[in-house]
Design a protein around this ligand. Sequence first.
Ligand SMILES: Cc1cc2nc3c(=O)[nH]c(=O)nc-3n(C[C@H](O)[C@H](O)[C@H](O)COP(=O)(O)OP(=O)(O)OC[C@H]3O[C@@H](n4cnc5c(N)ncnc54)[C@H](O)[C@@H]3O)c2cc1C
Length: 476
Amino acid sequence: MPPFNMQPLKNPMPTQDANVRKGNFDEVALGYTAEQAISEAKRCIRCKHRPCVAGCPVNVKIPEFIGKIAEGDFEGAYQIIAEDSSLPAVCGRVCPQEKQCERVCTRGIKAGCESVGIGRLERFAADWHMAHEKALNAVTPPTNGHKVAVIGSGPAGLTCAGDLARKGYDVTVFEALHVAGGVLVYGIPEFRLPKAIVEREIDQLCALGVKIETNMVIGRVLTIEELKTEYGFAAVFIGSGAGLPKFMNIPGENLKGVYSANEFLTRSNLMKAYEEDSHTPIQRGKRVAVVGGGNVAMDAARTARRLGAEVHIIYRRGEEELPARQEEIEHAKEEGIIFDLLTNPVRILATETTDPRDPSFGWVQAIECVRMELGEADESGRRSPKAVAGSEFTLPVDCVIMSLGTSPNPLLKATTAGLNTLRRGEIEVDAVGKTSLEGVYCGGDAATGAATVIKAMGAGKIAARAIDEYIQSKEK
Ligand SMILES: Cc1cc2nc3c(=O)[nH]c(=O)nc-3n(C[C@H](O)[C@H](O)[C@H](O)COP(=O)(O)OP(=O)(O)OC[C@H]3O[C@@H](n4cnc5c(N)ncnc54)[C@H](O)[C@@H]3O)c2cc1C
C-alpha cells in the first residue's frame, strides 16, 4: 500500500481564471492532473468504518476506487465506480459531495482538516477512462424477451434503463425534448457540465442496447395505458422530473424580459442561444435580476453574466441561509455577481410607453423590492424573513429571471387514470418506486420534487430491481 499523505487540506482544483471565464462558456473546473489525483488519493486513510460508502446514495465503493488511484491504476478505479454508477463523469462534477460522501469522511472530522476530495477523484477516474478508451466497449447482453418503457431521459430514467438493459431487457426511453439527458442537458450549464460528457455517457447506454425515442411527450403522443396494452411494454418507469417552474404571483411577472430560470437556461444550454448564429433568441440584458438563492439561481446568474450583463441575485434571506452550494456561491462572486441579500421583489415595472407599436412596449424596466429582516426561527429551525416597513426601493433592470423552485409537471397525472399523486404533484410511490398502478414505477424528481442527480440515479436503480422482480414473478 502506498504511504498516506497527511496534508490537512484538499489538493486545490485547477480552475479557469475568473476574469477570463466570465466571458466564455468553457468548463470552469479543469480537473486534476495524474500527480494531483495520486496525491489526493493518498489522503484517504482507508478507515475501517467507510462512512463515505453509506453517504453515497448509490453506494459507490469509494475507498476501493481511491485505493486504485493511489496505486496509479486509473482504469481499475473507473471500473470499480462503474459497478455502481452509470454516470461517473457527471456525478464527479455536479454531486453535492459536501452533503453526502465527503460530509462523513473521516479525514474531515478533525478541526482544520478537509475531507478527501472524493468528487474530484471520481471525475478524474471517469475523465481518464474517456480519454483513453478506444471505442465504446459495452457488450449487449442477450435479450430476455421483455420490453420496458422509460419515460424521461434524465438521470433517473437513464439509470433505470441502463440497469434493466444489463439484465437483458429491451428498453425504450421516451423523451419529450429533442435531445436526451434531462436537466443534465437543458438545465446545468456547459461551464459546469460539458454536454459532450453527457452525450458520451448516453452513447455508452445506447451501446448496451437502450433505444431512445426523442420528441415523444408521453401523455400527448401516447399514453401510459397505450404503452402497456398496444405496444406490449411489460412495465413502465416514470422519470419525468420536476420541470414546472414556480412564480411569485407578483404584478409584472408576465412582462417581456421575465423568464423562469428553466426557460432561460434551456434557451442557453439546449438551444445554444448564446451563439451568434443561433435560431433561438435570448434576452442579453444589460442589468439582470435573478430572484432566488439556490443552485439553479447561481446557474442562471452566471449564464446571464457570460451573456454580458451586470447581474444581481435577489434573495430574501441572508448569506448563511443561501441554499446553493458554497462552491457555486464562491464562483459566482468571483465572476462579479452582486448579491442583494435580505431583499424581496414586490413588483416588476414596465417601460412607460403606452404605444403598442413602440418596440419597448411591455418590456421590463425595473424591479421594485423591499428590504427584509430575519425573525424568530420557525419549527424547521429556519428564521423567517419579514419585510421592513417603508424600505421599498427600485432597481433598474431589463431582464428578470425567476428561480423559485420547480414541481412535477401534471401532464402524466392528468392523462393516466388511477395514478395517485401527493399534495405538490409528486407521483406517489412506495419504497421501491411502485406507483398506485400495476407495472408502473417512478423515481427521481417526479416522485420527490426537485432534488439531486445522484438521488434520481439511486431511485432509478432501486426501481430497476423492483421492475425486474415484478416481471420475473409474473413469469412463474
Ligand atoms: C439548473 C439546474 C441545476 C442543477 N444543478 C444540480 C447540481 O449541480 N447537482 C445536482 O445533484 N443536482 C442538480 N440539479 C438537480 C438535478 O438536475 C435533478 O434533481 C435531476 O436531474 C433529476 O433527475 P430526473 O431524472 O428525475 O429528472 P430530469 O433530469 O428533470 O429529467 C426528466 C426528463 O423527462 C422528460 N419528460 C418530462 N415529462 C415527459 C413526458 N410526459 N414524456 C416524455 N418525457 C418527459 C423531460 O424532458 C426531461 O428530459 C439541478 C437542476 C437544475 C434545474
